[in-house]
Design a protein around this ligand. Structure first.
Ligand SMILES: C[S@@+](CC[C@H](N)C(=O)[O-])C[C@H]1O[C@@H](n2cnc3c(N)ncnc32)[C@H](O)[C@@H]1O
Length: 222
C-alpha cells in the first residue's frame, strides 16, 4: 500500500488542526446522499464509515436507523467529537483511529460509508479493496467523492485543491464491477455540508451491494 505520500494534507496533523479550528467542519447533519439512500440499509445493521470525520452521518444512522456504528478516521480530534456525541446522545458509535491506507480490518460490516475522502490515484485501488473486504456478502457500500471536472467546470471553489484527489466515475464503476451496482453516476449537486462544503459541486455517487465472489487479491494479502 502507498503510505509514503508526504503532502501535509495527507497527514493527521493537517486534519486535526482543521477540526480544532472550526466547530463542525462538515456540519452536524448527515451527508445528504447517504441520508437519501439510508432506506436501503436494514434497521439495526452494523455500519462502518471510513474517514468518518466527526461521525455526523453515523450519529444520524444510529438515531434514525438503529445502526450500530464504527467511525474510523486518522484524526483523533475529529474522533473525539464523535465520541462526545456518542456519550451525549447515548449512541452505539465506537471509534477506530487508523490510516485507511494501512488499516487491515479484522471483521466485516453490513454497510460501509465513505464520503469525500481525498486519496491519491495510487492509493485508491487499496481503498476499494478495503471497502469490499469490510463488507459481508450482500453488504452495501454508499460513497460520494468529488470528480475531476469539478476544477474545470462552472462550480464553486470547494473540495480538494487538486484534481488527483478527485475520482473519475469510470474508476469507481470498474472497482465495483464484481458487485451489484445499484447506482454509480456523475451528478452536479448543491452541497450544504458545513462551512467547507457549501456550493455547486461535481461529484460521483455510488451505491453497490457486495457480490458473493471471493476477494482474491485481499485474501491473498492477508
Ligand atoms: C473531507 S473530510 C470528510 C469527513 C466525513 N467523511 C464527512 O463527510 O463528514 C475527509 C476526512 O478524511 C480523513 N482522512 C483523510 N485521509 C485519511 C486516511 N488516510 N486515513 C483515515 N482518514 C483519513 C480526514 O481526517 C477527514 O476527517
Amino acid at each position: 500500500m502507498s503510505t509514503n505520500d508526504s503532502r501535509p494534507s495527507s497527514q493527521p496533523p493537517f486534519w486535526d488542526e482543521r477540526y480544532a479550528a472550526n466547530e463542525h467542519l462538515f456540519g452536524t447533519a448527515p451527508n445528504a446522499f447517504v441520508a437519501s439512500q439510508a432506506h436501503r440499509i436494514p434497521k439495526d445493521s452494523d455500519v462502518l464509515e471510513l474517514a468518518a470525520g466527526e461521525g455526523r452521518t453515523l450519529a444520524w444512522l444510529a438515531k434514525e436507523r438503529g445502526a450500530t456504528c464504527t467511525a474510523m478516521d486518522f484524526s483523533q480530534t475529529a474522533l473525539a467529537t464523535a465520541e462526545q456525541w456518542a456519550r451525549e446522545y447515548d449512541l452505539p458509535v465506537e471509534t477506530v483511529q487508523a490510516d485507511v491506507r494501512s488499516w487491515t480490518p479484522d471483521r466485516q460490516w453490513d454497510a460501509v460509508i465513505v464520503t469525500f475522502l481525498q486519496l491519491l490515484p495510487d492509493e485508491r485501488p487499496d481503498l476499494y479493496h478495503t471497502i469490499r473486504r469490510c463488507l459481508r456478502p450482500g453488504g452495501l457500500v454508499i460513497g460520494e467523492w468529488f470528480r475531476p471536472d469539478h476544477l474545470t467546470g462552472n462550480y464553486d471553489r470547494l473540495g480538494p485543491s487538486t484534481a488527483d484527489r478527485m475520482v473519475p466515475v469510470d474508476e469507481v464503476r470498474a472497482a465495483f464491477a464484481d458487485d451489484e451496482i445499484l447506482r454509480c453516476e456523475s451528478a452536479d449537486v448543491t452541497l450544504e455540508e458545513g462551512p467547507l462544503l457549501r456550493g455547486e459541486a461535481a461529484v460521483v455517487r455510488l451505491v453497490a451491494r457486495r457480490g458473493s465472489r471471493a476477494i482474491v487479491h485481499n485474501e491473498a494479502q492477508s
